[in-house]
Write a protein that binds this ligand. Structure first.
Ligand code: GCU
Length: 414
């Protein structure tokens, strides 16, 4: 009897969490106090204190309570498969396999790189993609991956396998030629090549090589970020790439991954979060649009099991997403929102950058150069934290890229 009762409670909780309407009314945002970035009453707010004590402490909290960990004891080797001149000689396309191994078992991750031909050592944007490297451009030379992929009628992806039909279906998100012309390289990995995005108990992708006892606080987000760091390992040893100017970029869940990549690996020189929303740039305590309870219910594999303690209890979080933004300091950080993407809480995305600025100030830098959310289609790139909100929906557009490039030109390239 008691069993039935518990089952009933469990189902009821699940259904009511799902049914709970998202709040889109600014008047219903609860009052909240953000956990301080520096310990209250601490006089030693210096760069040294931040770097040697406080940052590691906050990082550990974010890791334990939210983002979890990626694999730790796998080997990576690089296989350069293909190098070809493309786009009438204007660019070089490289395909590299990141071969991950442990105890005789291997797992391959496909890395696609475009570099401007007229540069000897190019700065580069690295972003994961949702459906496959071959979807980002119609270039017939891009290999098609063999990993599990979510079905999508519109892209003719069926039976969880990518085929020729989906080549170039996501070109609008990746203006490759424009990025190259601006003097940047672009590299991408299909995120499912690292870890397929479903709740599989961490059995597939790179996790197939990881011992059970090492999976205690494993999450998909930390594993995607880990994959980005393995690509960076490759960039650092390829002389045609400037390994000190690699920008981690991502849209939506992959924006959350890019932020965590930048937080956990300080070799990334700059980070771009596009519409990353809940669990990314948006402050959790605002409970505007997507909430912690909702994200943990629908995507249980993204974050640490510990993060579920904060379902409907955002005020108990020992940090908020401004803490994540502060992990990027003093490096340039760009946060982008879209006005129709209320699910991702544009204002909350702006505010985390705004509140992270105090760490940039320790370095005598301006973080967010304004204390008011910039008007629509009016980017602010003055400080080391840039921001824009554009018209339109949840997407990664050419307009977004134009701003990322302008920001990188100003804060990274020189
Ligand atoms: C869902 C999810 C978001 C996520 C988005 C995406 O909407 O709720 O948190 O950012 O998917 O990745 O497209």
């Amino acid at each position: 009897m008691q069993r039935f009762y518990l089952l009933f409670i469990a189902i009821f909780t699940l259904v009511s969490t799902h049914a709970q309407e998202a709040n889109y009314d600014e008047n219903l945002v609860p009052d909240f106090v953000l956990p301080p970035l520096f310990q209250v009453g601490n006089e030693k707010t210096t760069v040294d204190y931040w770097e040697s004590e406080r940052r590691p402490q906050l990082f550990e909290m974010l890791e334990n309570e939210m983002f979890g960990t990626g694999p730790s004891d796998l080997q990576t080797s690089f296989i350069l498969n293909k190098v070809e001149r493309v786009f009438e000689g204007k660019a070089l396309r490289k395909e590299v396999t990141l071969q991950i191994s442990k105890g005789g078992k291997t797992h391959d991750i496909g890395l696609l790189i475009y570099l401007p031909s007229d540069k000897s050592s190019a700065p580069l944007f690295l972003g994961l993609n949702f459906y496959g490297n071959h979807t980002i451009h119609s270039d017939p030379g891009i290999s098609i991956h063999h990993s599990w992929v979510a079905n999508k009628e519109e892209f003719e992806i069926h039976a969880n396998r990518a085929t020729e039909e989906s080549r170039g279906v996501r070109v609008h998100r990746w203006p490759v030629e424009m990025i190259l012309e601006a003097g940047y390289g672009l590299a991408t990995i299909y995120y499912g090549d690292i870890d397929p995005d479903f709740d599989d108990g961490f059995e597939n992708g790179v996790h197939a090589l990881v011992d059970e006892e090492d999976k205690v606080n494993t999450t998909s987000l930390a594993t995607w970020a880990w994959g980005m760091s393995r690509a960076l390992d490759y960039f650092e040893q390829d002389p045609s790439i400037d390994g000190e100017k690699v920008i981690a970029i991502g849209h939506s869940r992959l924006g959350k991954a890019a932020l965590w990549a930048g937080a956990s690996d300080q070799r990334f020189a700059m980070v771009v979060s596009n519409d990353s929303g809940c669990g990314g740039a948006a402050l959790s305590r605002r409970r505007f649009g997507e909430t912690v309870a909702r994200i943990n219910t629908v995507f249980p594999h993204w974050f640490s099991p510990n993060f579920k303690k904060y379902n409907d209890k955002e005020e108990d979080l020992p940090f908020d997403q401004h803490t994540l933004a502060a992990m990027i300091a003093p490096r340039p950080l760009y946060i982008a929102s879209a006005d129709e993407d209320q699910w991702a809480d544009p204002k909350g995305e702006f505010l985390s950058g705004y509140y992270a600025s105090e760490v940039y100030e320790l370095y005598d830098l301006t973080g967010m150069a304004t204390d008011e959310q910039p008007a629509i289609n009016t980017p602010n790139i003055e400080g080391k934290i840039g921001y824009h909100i554009r018209t339109g929906g949840h997407d990664l557009t050419q307009y977004d890229w134009e701003q990322f490039i302008a920001f990188a030109d100003k804060h990274l390239k020189e």
